[in-house]
Design a protein around this ligand. Structure first.
Ligand code: PRE
Length: 259
């Protein structure tokens, strides 16, 4: 996919290939996070006293990262969605004029608060290797969390491209569903159970091979660091449903924009 070439961005096969590649980043990210303790101190509000800041250490670290990355144009890219959209800084580099692919309101479709919530409350407790804190690793935990959160956010918000591609391929049907505010109908139209099933099966395979020391590949006792079934379950319960939510939220507003 090339964001300067809209025809490549709205091709559903290309979009799905990009989603498959993102699985690798997410699976590796979770395996990386699994070696660290749960580290509740990272998520506890005002655990550390940080001047002029109210929130968790993770929020503070993520905000610093987003402010720096906004200055190098990260959030101008249509496939990047910030966790703190109101606190970004002006880019030092000159703006890039990306061709318009998504609807004008697409930046307002942002489920990052929900992503952070399920990541902290569902994913971390299930993947981390040990309860409690390990003081010397709190910084590493936060960088690992930021990498996973950004990868998961990018994957879920890619639903905007999926939705736009589907809308373009069947405008008449979507216009009717949108005008009727038929959320169930929109959900049924964007759902492809065979694709979802394939994703879950592939994640089990990826979890098995990426979590295994390659030198132990043929041993009887592969040392998988995150249970592959758990990664598939997280996709089934959270990542795919939130991707669909992004698609539905995007489509429900699609007639605000002229074609
Ligand atoms: O590939 C699609 O068509 C999508 O809409 C993406 C996705 C997913 O999250 O991976 C979501 C809904 C579909 O049921 C299948 C897959």
């Amino acid at each position: 996919m090339d964001f300067m070439k809209p025809e490549t961005v709205l091709n559903l096969d290309n979009i799905r290939q990009a989603l498959v590649r993102m699985e690798d980043t997410i699976v590796f990210g979770l395996i990386e996070r699994s070696q660290f303790y749960l580290s509740p101190s990272v998520y506890e509000v005002d655990k550390f006293s940080i001047p002029d800041f109210h929130g968790s250490f993770l929020d503070w670290a993520l905000l610093q990262m987003e402010q720096t990355h906004s200055q190098i144009r990260r959030y101008e890219a249509p496939d990047e969605t910030p966790f703190f959209p109101t606190k970004l800084l002006k880019s030092i580099l000159p703006p890039i004029n990306y061709p318009k692919v998504l609807a004008s309101y697409s930046d307002e479709i942002n489920v990052n608060d929900e992503i952070k919530e399920f990541y902290i409350n569902q994913i971390v407790p299930q993947v981390s290797c040990h309860s409690g804190d390990q003081q010397e690793n709190l910084g590493s935990v936060s960088t690992s969390d930021i990498e996973s959160l950004q990868a998961i956010s990018r994957r879920i918000h890619f639903g905007k491209f999926v939705a736009e591609a589907k809308y373009q391929s069947n405008k008449e049907m979507y216009k009717k569903l949108i005008l009727a505010k038929d959320v169930a109908g929109i959900e049924a139209s964007i759902t492809n159970s065979a694709v979802e099933q394939k994703i879950l099966e592939r994640l089990i395979e990826k979890g098995e091979s990426y979590g295994t020391d390659p030198s132990m590949k043929f041993s009887q006792n592969p040392q998988s660091k995150v249970k592959p079934e758990l990664i598939a379950q997280l996709y089934k319960d959270w990542i795919i449903p939130l991707t669909k939510k992004v698609e539905i939220d995007y489509l429900l507003r699609r007639l605000e924009d002229e074609d």
